[in-house]
Design a protein around this ligand. Structure first.
Ligand SMILES: [Zn+2]
Ligand SMILES: [Zn+2]
Length: 349
């Protein structure tokens, strides 16, 4: 079936209205009418081919929410009308150790929601800036938030799980002091989630102007990381630090804030490497530096259920399809609180 979409024909072209074809709904497929799609920084990197290998036309979008329109004969977990979400993964090998453990995000055969290999036309996956998507039931998530919150649920599918997964893995919770570096699309979710998990949350920002906003998101304390005195007051005190900043920066300044056995996880993907951290910062207090990439399907469902129970959604600004290019420019300037979400009803023109 042909549906309207928004995408780009080349790296140096703006996104524009186009039509794409979706496959027929197979026995294990769920066909979804997309209501909203979040705009993630990855969308911009991919559509502008700043990471290698973008194929065109490129239709980005992996923070997808909507309602089930139809299901295949063998689908039992979903029915038409259900509120559902699709995140960064639409397929994987389904039989490796990672898939068996529910970590499809670490499967070597993981297929991204856009620009991933597929037998579907045109040969690569096309994302959520469109009216419909057809996805194998394994990669479809159940949304139990109230329907009127649906647009603000969309960013949970990437920004939410990307921060939830490392917070859970490193046991953020009551009695733990957790830092969140960067207060953007990812960081604002990290603060909300760590707060809801019961941790003592300290937000790190380079801008004095974000102090109040960070507290409103749930931070117990806010540190302006450019202020050495403020940083020094937190030396050797953190159990865990979640670093969401994609720009290259000094990791040592944050490693020094970890207490013995503390860990810092990086979730931002810098275009050029961070300066190498000082090995002594690891040796001296048995500290760890780790990374994390989105999350598996079972933990994404767990995250959505956790957010529904705790009333957590993203802070969003809704845009029309014809405002996507302008939204990209504003995102590059950090001019968004904290996530743009596309109203996919506006794709129809
Ligand atoms: Zn994303
Ligand atoms: Zn696999």
């Amino acid at each position: 079936m042909l549906v309207k979409a928004y995408g780009a024909y080349a790296a140096d072209k703006p996104l524009e209205s186009l039509e794409i074809r979706r496959r027929a709904t197979g026995a294990h497929d769920v066909q979804i009418d997309i209501a909203y799609c979040g705009i993630c920084h990855s969308d911009l990197h991919q559509v502008r081919s700043e990471w290698e290998g973008t194929q065109y036309p490129c239709v980005p979008g992996h923070e997808i929410v909507g309602r089930v329109a139809a299901v295949g004969d063998h689908v039992q977990g979903f029915k038409p009308g259900d509120l559902v979400g699709v995140g960064c993964i639409v397929d994987s090998c389904k039989h490796c150790a990672e898939c068996a453990d529910g970590f499809e995000n670490y499967c070597d055969g993981m297929v991204g929601t856009y620009n991933g290999a597929t037998a579907d036309e045109p040969g690569w996956t096309l994302g959520g800036y469109t009216q419909k998507i057809v996805v194998h039931e394994r990669y479809v998530l159940r949304v139990s938030h109230p329907a009127e919150q649906l647009a603000a649920v969309a960013p949970l599918l990437c920004a939410g799980i990307t921060t939830y997964s490392p917070l859970r893995h490193w046991n953020a919770g009551p009695g733990k002091k957790v830092g969140v570096v960067g207060i953007g699309g990812l960081g604002h979710m990290g603060i909300k989630l760590a707060h809801a998990m019961g941790a003592h949350v300290v937000a790190f920002t380079t801008s004095e102007s974000k102090r109040d906003a960070a507290r409103e998101l749930g931070a117990d304390d806010v540190v302006v990381s450019r202020n050495p005195d403020e940083m020094a007051a937190h030396l050797q005190s953190f159990d865990f630090i979640l670093d969401t900043v994609a720009a290259p920066h000094d990791l040592d300044a944050f490693l020094a804030l970890l207490k013995r056995d503390g860990a810092m996880t990086l979730v931002g993907a810098p275009a050029t490497p961070h300066p190498s951290p000082n090995v002594f910062n690891f040796i001296m207090k048995r500290r760890s530096l780790a990374g994390s990439m989105i999350g598996g399907i079972p933990e994404t469902q767990e995250m959505l259920d956790f957010c529904a129970r705790h009333g957590i959604v993203a802070d969003i600004e809704m845009v029309r399809a014809d405002e996507i290019n302008a939204a990209y420019e504003r995102m590059l300037k950090g001019d968004v609180k904290y996530r743009f979400v596309i109203d996919n009803a506006t794709l129809a023109g």
